[in-house]
Design a protein around this ligand. Structure first.
Ligand code: SME
Length: 167
């Protein structure tokens, strides 16, 4: 049950980061992304919807997600939405009230706040974590630090395994 009062605690974040690290140790990239979204959505009540986008050809593509429903935004051009902005700027974006942010691309009516955390590999943004919350101000600096640490764990599994591009 998702509760309004919940916020991620520092000790809890540390413990979950250890579990994520262990779960990822023997996985390839796609399995890693599936596992991360499931662990985050399943263990942190304020994380209503959790997705990982990967960057390819100037756009973000949804690679894994966990939550109550799929999003229509499975491809987001660089610079569009909070997701595209964070990817272009190469830094974490916290939006405490999505109704007040003109960049916001709506996915779910219930969403009130959002955090987007870039994933870096080889000094470049290669993807990002995107998390929606159903309460205003669901994300704190604890979430930011925790999710940036998760993003570093994910980047250790890059590059993503994908079929060769058709030309
Ligand atoms: N809200 C995002 C789009 C992705 S959905 O939240 C899953 C944005 O503004 O970029």
């Amino acid at each position: 049950m998702k509760t309004v009062e919940y916020h991620l605690g520092r000790e809890e974040a540390k413990e979950l980061l250890g579990r994520i690290d262990q779960a990822l140790s023997s996985l390839d990239t796609k399995a890693t992304l599936d596992e991360v979204v499931k662990l985050l959505n399943g263990n942190v009540p304020s994380y209503t919807w959790v997705g990982v986008y990967t960057m390819n050809d100037g756009a973000l593509h949804l690679a894994a997600w966990s939550g109550p429903a799929p999003t229509v935004h499975d491809t987001i051009p660089l610079g569009k939405g909070v997701c595209g902005y964070a990817a272009k700027a190469g830094r974490t974006e916290i939006v405490s009230d999505v109704s007040k942010d003109p960049r916001y691309l709506e996915c779910f009516l219930s969403t009130k706040s959002e955090i987007v955390v870039p994933i870096f590999a080889g000094g470049k943004v290669v993807g990002e974590l995107d998390i929606d919350g159903d309460v205003l101000g669901a994300f704190s600096t604890t979430d930011k630090e925790f999710l940036e640490a998760v993003a570093r764990k994910i980047s250790a599994h890059w590059p993503i395994q994908s079929p060769p591009q058709l030309r």
